[in-house]
Design a binder for this molecule. Structure first.
Ligand SMILES: *Cc1c(COP(=O)(O)O)cnc(C)c1O
Length: 408
C-alpha cells in the first residue's frame, strides 16, 4: 500500500513521528549509546542529554525538572501514579475516585485495586462526557486518598474541568492525578494553576516515538514531597531517582523532548488550524447526512477530535469502507476497536449499545491538510448511504414508516 497517499485521521490512536524527531532519535541512537548511570564520559554525555530533555519536557507544563520521571509509556505512568499512591497511602485510607470514561490504563488499574481491598468510586458523566463537580465533592470521605480524572477523553474529546477538580482535591487534602495523554502538547496545561499533583503523558501521541512516557510528580504541596506520597511499582536499579528502574532510553527521551519543543512552538497556531478542520468536518456531516449526531461536548473539546454517530449502521463497516478509500479512522479507542463490546465511554454518555456501535472517530493532526478533510468529506456520504441501504435496522424503520403511511 502506498501510505504516502493515505489520509490519516487517527491521530488520537497514535501520531506519525515528526521528521525532525526522527532525525533527533537517529542521531542519539548513533551517538548517545552510553548508559546514563556510567561514570565514563560516554555515559556522562548520555546523562547530560537526559537532564536537558527532562528540562524541556518539564517546561511545557511549567514544572521543575526534578518533578519529571520518564517511563516506558503513558500506561506505565498511569499505573505508577495509581498503584504508587494507593500502596504508599493505604494506612491513611483505601478509597479512590475516578470516572467511568477513563482510558483502560486508568480504568483497569483501578479495577485491579478493587481486587486488592481498595474501594473505587467510578463517577458517572453527563451526555457530553463531563463529570459533576458537586457529585465528586460529595463522594470524598476521610478514607479518600486519590482522585484520578482524565484531562481530555481519547474517544469523544471532552475536556474535563481540571482546575475545578484540582481545587476540590486540594481543599480536601486528596492527591489529584490526571491522565493528560491526549491534552499534553495540544492544549495549554499549568499544573500549579490547576492544582495537579500527578500527570501522565506519552510521546507517541505528540509526534514522538512509541514506548516513551512520563509521570509528573509534584515535589512540594502534596504531603512532604513526592517521596512521601508515592512509591515505585517496579524494583531494580536507582535510575529515575529510585522511582523507576531500568536503563534509561536516551534516544527515545531525546525524541520526546524534541517533540515537546516543536509542540510548544506550534501549539497556538495548531489549535486554531485543527479547530477549523474539526468544525468543518462536524458541520458538513451534521448538515448533510441524515440521522447523524455529534458525540461529546460541542465546545469543551479537543481541537482535533471528531466523534460522530450514524444511526442504523455499524461504525466498523464505515471504518473498513473508508480504509478501502485510503482513509484511516476509528470506531472508538484503539484498544476497544478490536473487541466486540461497545465502547464504555459511549455507553457512559448514555448511548444505547446499538448507537455506540454506530460511531466514527476522526482525529486530525499536524500533517492533516484541508485537502485531506475534503477528500474524507467527499468519500463519507456515499459510504453511509450504501451501508444504510444494506442495513436491516434501517429497513426495519423504513418498513414501519411505510406501513404507517399506508394506514393513514
Ligand atoms: C494512548 C493513551 C494512553 C496510553 O498511552 P501509551 O503510551 O500508549 O501506553 C493512556 N491514556 C490515554 C488517554 C491515551 O489516549
Amino acid at each position: 500500500m502506498d501510505t504516502s497517499k493515505y489520509v490519516y485521521l487517527d491521530y488520537a490512536a497514535t501520531t506519525p513521528m515528526d521528521p525532525r524527531v526522527i532525525e533527533e532519535v537517529n542521531k542519539h541512537f548513533r551517538e548517545s549509546y552510553g548508559n546514563s548511570s556510567s561514570l565514563h564520559s560516554i555515559g556522562q554525555k548520555a546523562a547530560q542529554i537526559l537532564v536537558k530533555s527532562r528540562q524541556t519536557v518539564a517546561s511545557l507544563i511549567n514544572v521543575k525538572r526534578d518533578e519529571v520521571f520518564f517511563t516506558s509509556s503513558g500506561t506505565e505512568a498511569d499505573n505508577l501514579a495509581i498503584f504508587g499512591v494507593a500502596f504508599k497511602n493505604k494506612s491513611r485510607g483505601n478509597h479512590i475516585i475516578t470516572s467511568t470514561i477513563e482510558h483502560h490504563a486508568v480504568e483497569n488499574t483501578c479495577k485491579q485495586l478493587e481486587k486488592r481491598g481498595f474501594k473505587v468510586t467510578f463517577l458517572p458523566v453527563d451526555k457530553s462526557g463531563l463529570i459533576n463537580l458537586k457529585e465528586l465533592e460529595d463522594k470524598i470521605t476521610d478514607k479518600t486518598i486519590l482522585i484520578s480524572i482524565m484531562f481530555a477523553n481519547n474517544e469523544i474529546g471532552t475536556i474535563e474541568p481540571i482546575k475545578e477538580i484540582g481545587k476540590i482535591a486540594k481543599n480536601h487534602d486528596v492527591i489529584f492525578h490526571t491522565d493528560a495523554v491526549q491534552a499534553f502538547g495540544k492544549i495549554p496545561i499549568d499544573v500549579d494553576e490547576m492544582n495537579i499533583d500527578l500527570l501522565s503523558a506519552t510521546a507517541h501521541k505528540l509526534y514522538g516515538p512509541k514506548g516513551v512516557g512520563m509521570l509528573y510528580i509534584r515535589n512540594k504541596g502534596i504531603r512532604e514531597g513526592w517521596g512521601k506520597c508515592i512509591e515505585p511499582i517496579m524494583y531494580g536499579g536507582s535510575h529515575e531517582r529510585d522511582m523507576r528502574p531500568s536503563t534509561v532510553n536516551i534516544p527515545g527521551i531525546a525524541g520526546f523532548a524534541k517533540a515537546v519543543e516543536i509542540a510548544k512552538e506550534a501549539m497556538p497556531k495548531e489549535i486554531e488550524r485543527e479547530t477549523k478542520l474539526r468544525d468543518k468536518i462536524i458541520h458538513t456531516v451534521l448538515n448533510n447526512i441524515e440521522d447523524s449526531y455529534l458525540n461529546g461536548h460541542a465546545s469543551q473539546r479537543l481541537p482535533n477530535n471528531v466523534n460522530l454517530g450514524f444511526r442504523f449502521i455499524e461504525g466498523e463497516s464505515i471504518v473498513l469502507d473508508l480504509d478501502g478509500e485510503g482513509i484511516a479512522t476509528s470506531t472508538g479507542s484503539a484498544c476497544s476497536s478490536k473487541s466486540l463490546d461497545p465502547s464504555h465511554v459511549l455507553l457512559a454518555i448514555g448511548l444505547r449499545p446499538e448507537e455506540a456501535h454506530g460511531s466514527l472517530r476522526a482525529t486530525v493532526g499536524r500533517f492533516t491538510t484541508e485537502d485531506d478533510v475534503d477528500y474524507f468529506l467527499e468519500k463519507l456520504p456515499p459510504i453511509i448511504e450504501r451501508l444504510r441501504k444494506m442495513s436491516p435496522l434501517k429497513r426495519g424503520v423504513d418498513y414501519m414508516f411505510d406501513k404507517n403511511n399506508h394506514h393513514n
